[in-house]
Design a protein around this ligand. Sequence first.
Ligand SMILES: *Cc1c(COP(=O)(O)O)cnc(C)c1O
Length: 370
Amino acid sequence: MVDLKGQYKQIKAEIDSAIITCVESAEFINGKLVQQFAGNLAKFTGAKHVIPCANGTDALQIAMMALNLKPIDEVIVPAFTYVATAEVIALLGLTPVWVDVNPDTFNIDCGKIEAAITPKTKAIVPVHLYGQCSDMEQIIAIADKHNIYVIEDTAQAIGAEFTFLDGGKKMAGTIGTIGCTSFFPSKNLGCYGDGGAMFTNDDYLGNYIKMIANHGQEKKYHHDTIGVNSRLDTLQAAILAVKLNYLTQYSEARSAAASVYDELLKEVNQLQIPVRNKQSTHVFHQYTLKVSDGKRDELKKHLEGKGIPTMIYYPIPMHLQKAYYSDKYPKGSFSIAESLTDCVLSLPMHTELSRETQEYIVNEIKSFYK
Ligand SMILES: *Cc1c(COP(=O)(O)O)cnc(C)c1O
């Protein structure tokens, strides 16, 4: 699905030297490189504050802590997403309120958000799934109207750019109140272990988030708020600082590979190729097809037999997961999310994908349908 070894080979000299420099400095925790990388990422994204942390799940949790969300508060989340988003809501004792997704973009269906808002709603968490932004223009308008926060989960969409109707452009993660991302190795900007970050343009929140991520202290051993221990290792920051310089190139490589898949697959009637949100660029964390003839699992098995890995992101919608099930949302509550779990299939997608490999993959898909 990914080729992290192939990617490393291309930048080996730079990465190795960054790692050695870090090890020789012995500044393993909170080294200068952590702040330097955060500064570079702020410049890249246009965010006023970038606060690194230990992983993307922590980023979501710290964001919710920084907004002082309290038990009984409700948080709106797409029913079709990765579990981390829902997990931290539940861990903080908040109530997740699911909303169905758009069948074409896979992102939260903005037409269904307002019906889910109650006096207890404090935040909406749009997840920019597979690499393109949710409809942030509409989400911000709804959030402003109801005076609620927006926490963007941009773990899969770092580098994607959203264009507002007035022509203004903003990067994923810098549009809402707080943006959260992950540097998990297979993410578009991945490190060699765990890592994450939060984005905000609000000075108060920027400082508060930093405190929470550091045991609730600004001054050492003076704990003004309940915090957590969530740091980005200096070694990971050193690696990320190198890879950030390639992020635009990596996004372009993914997008080019997506266009090749599009072109090769367009005449396969049983498949729907990814639909682009007109207001967002797509950085293709995943290239996800909809298999519309009910044969998704058979196709997956056929490809597996030919040595082609594929993945199902995600096989069960959030409201039907055992840990998150509530009688309030029985099967049938979110028909789009439920149908997507039966038909989505993600093909190999990474920065080192060659046209030859893609042709091999597509030929095997076509031979399945012959
Ligand atoms: C990867 C991911 C996360 C969590 O990131 P970790 O660094 O693995 O904790 C959260 N949300 C989404 C949508 C993700 O894809």
